[in-house]
Design a protein around this ligand. Sequence first.
Ligand code: PMP
Ligand code: GLN
Length: 412
Amino acid sequence: LPARYAGSEKSVWVEYIQLALENKPLNLGQGFPDYAPPEYITKALADFRRSPDPLLQQYTRGFGHPRLIAVLAKLYSRLLGKEINPQTEILVTSGAYEALFSSITGHVDEGDEVIIIEPYFDCYQPMVKSAKGICRFIPLRLKKNSDVVSSGDWVLDRDELEGLFNSKTKMIILNTPHNPLGKVFTEAELKVIADLCIKWDVLCLSDEVYEWMVYKPNKHIRIATFPGMWERTITIGSAGKTFSVTGWKTGWAYGPANLINNLFMVHQNCVYTHCTPIQEAIAMGFELELTRLNSDECFFNSLPRELESKRDFMGKFLKEVGMKPTIPEGGYFMIADWSALASKVDMNSENDKYKDYRFTKWMIKNVGLQGIPPTAFYSEPHKHLAENCVRYCFIKKDENLKKAAEILSNWN
Ligand code: PMP
Ligand code: GLN
């Protein structure tokens, strides 16, 4: 194994998807909806099968299918209040994963430092290491310890963050709305990050795949709209999250041409082009939503409404069983502290190093409910911060959330 992959052998997804297949628990682990996406999007893909244009079955433009980049440019030009060039400022990728990979390997050189906010979506670290970059971690810390905790109570210490910036810093990776906490960074918090990026001439890689899943009264703010930030920000989105079709694995990155050009180079020498039919159907989905962006029927508005009641239901049943959830402001995950229930769990039945792995595995095998161990989202020195927690996903049918509540209350 090349040295740059040492330490990246284990993946929480590989391990926990296998556990789900073997034990068949009620699965609130990996993040995906267990119900159908909007009908128009699957219909778009099905109709397109009968399209008279045979070229739609062949390779499309490498950096993004023309119909998709056109509508993405229209959408983000409107959201950012600035004209985006579809040819030079957008790259369509095989999932947001590939957008992250192209951004990181296209910009980070050996010895460059990358600031990562913990907890973090787990692939950031191996991607930085594969570019021979150096990760510098800073944890979000819970600023108060009350009975009702919101993801907004998890904050960065300004001085600690400032202390990480130096002449070797190449990039900071931001994720808002956040996986796994559900934190939606406020304007003031983003300004601290933006000011430091400008002061130290640092790039911001902004992972905004949950941009449409934000609960009132919170607002998703794009850091690329801050003065002086467009020129140093690469923003990432995902059709899987946007249209509830995670299996379609289509993402994108947008930003200024000089930054996106490096991503083009990685992409053209790796996957070269992404599937045509899927891109065509996603373009049709965006074309429809763009005509009704401010209306209640727009999927980007109806989905968060629907998710908000699922979030509240989960927050309630986790509390009832004795866990201490952090109520998310966005995204579709909930972190909960289970330490009050530790005496009900045989913590010696598994030999994993971290308690959250032992807890979640015991729960899968003995109680029939699956969550994800959140130490997977921390660097080694900070894993202890999440050992008493579990992550549950709530973009699930109401009946399955009810089943989860029953499973927990019967166990209790
Ligand atoms: N970033 C975050 C924060 C995510 O949660 C995910 C979900 N897997 C991704 C990126 C990757 O998205 P995709 O499925 O489009 O590759
Ligand atoms: N983003 C999803 C999650 O956090 C899926 C991750 C994955 O499958 N690698 O659950």
